[in-house]
Structure formats: structure tokens, C-alpha cells
Design a protein around this ligand. Sequence first.
Ligand code: PXP
Length: 241
Amino acid sequence: MKNKISLGVNIDHAATLRQVRGGLTDYPNLSDLVKKVKAGGGEQITIHLREDRRHIQDHDVVTLCKKSALPINLEMSVSEEMLQIALKNKPAWVCFVPEKREELTTEGGLNIIKVYTEIEAMTQTLKSKKIKVSFFIEPNLALVNAAAQAKADAIEFHTGHWVLAEGTKKEKYWKQLVAAASYAHELGLRVHAGHGLDFKHAKKIRKLPHLVEVNIGHALICYALELGLEKAIKKMRDHLK
Ligand code: PXP
């Protein structure tokens, strides 16, 4: 039976481990990890080709798009360079994300209103090549509306602030996620979510209305140190049920 919530596994941090030794080792081997993700019940591989190439490299994009047994979701900034890479390699999905060189990780959603003209044109180009497009945004109704206007297939809500918040602030962020998810569904957008999700928050995020996909990276790679990747993914799947 098909899972109600599809699990995308972000393997950037496996590439980080390789790159801290200058990319000179042939381990961890990302193609082997894809097999483990599949065996554990993951449905998609998510990778972020950052402009500074701190983890995923151009050759990873080429190899994974060509050979991965699971569909590839390529996260990238709104730039002409990235657009050309996506068109060449044809991942199943492109997810537009914001990018700042000095950030440790993607720290918030993309302000698609600010880059509306570019993102709308790039979305049209990608969709004309049968690449589906999602926008990584904060759970905000104006942004959801802009995403629908730009004809995105999906929005991925940034869950990072909700994950880190406590008490009434956490409830406030949750309400924003619920309202934005309902509105996105009403406008015909698929609802995805990601960032900072761990076992504890997977149990909660599954209750988000209309949620069909999560993308999880850091926690899974950390859990894999103890459990192995396949088991960590199986356990995450259980928490999403
Ligand atoms: N979704 C998007 C759009 C992201 O940028 C990231 C981080 O690269 C993730 C999901 C995964 O976040 P985490 O590694 O915190 O699980």
C-alpha cells in the first residue's frame, strides 16, 4: 500500500562527510546510500547543490539523476546557473530554496514575492521539460497565494521555526502551518514540509492537514550513526504512519 506521507531523504550531510576530506575518498558512496534509503522505505532522494558546493558536487547531480533508483528532488537557488544544471540533468523535482553563503543551513523560507518574475519564468521552463516544481516557503498565506499564481506544483513549508519553538510560540507556529496548508490545498498545491524534523516532530507533523511529503536530512544522518541508515529510515517511516 502506498504511504500517505512520502518520505524524501536529504543526503547532503553524507556528502558533507566526504567533502570534509576534500572529496578525495570514495566513501560515503551516495549511490550505495540511495539503495539503503530505498530498502528502509524512503521514496525520494533530496539533494541541495549549493552555490559554494560545500556538500553535493556537480558530479553527484549527474550520477544521481542518471542512476538513482529513487526520484531526485534537486534543491537549488533561483539562479540561471542552477536552472541550466536542472534542465541538463532532469531531476523529477526542483525545489527552489533561498541561499546565503554564510548560513549553516537553509535558515528560512524563500521570499518568492521578491523574486516573483524570475521564479515564475523558471517554473514555466522547468514544467515544460516535465520537471515538477516546489517552492520552500514560510507558512504564510500571501506566499502560498504567490506560489499558486506562479503555478508551482507544490509548496514545501519550512518547519524549522516550529521545531525549535517551545510553549505558546510553538502553538502559534503550528496554527500558521495548519492555516497555510489548508489554503495551499484549496488552491490546488501539493503540501510538503521539511527542515529540522526528527522522530519527535515526525509524529506531530503527520497531523498537518493535506501533507503528502516530508523531506528529512540532518536527523536521519545523525540517527544513522547509531542505527544504520536503513533502520533509521524504517523508524522514521513508523513515526510518520
Ligand atoms: N527541505 C529543504 C527545502 C531544505 O533546505 C532542507 C535542508 O537542506 C531540508 C528539507 C532538510 O532539513 P534537515 O536537514 O534539517 O532535515
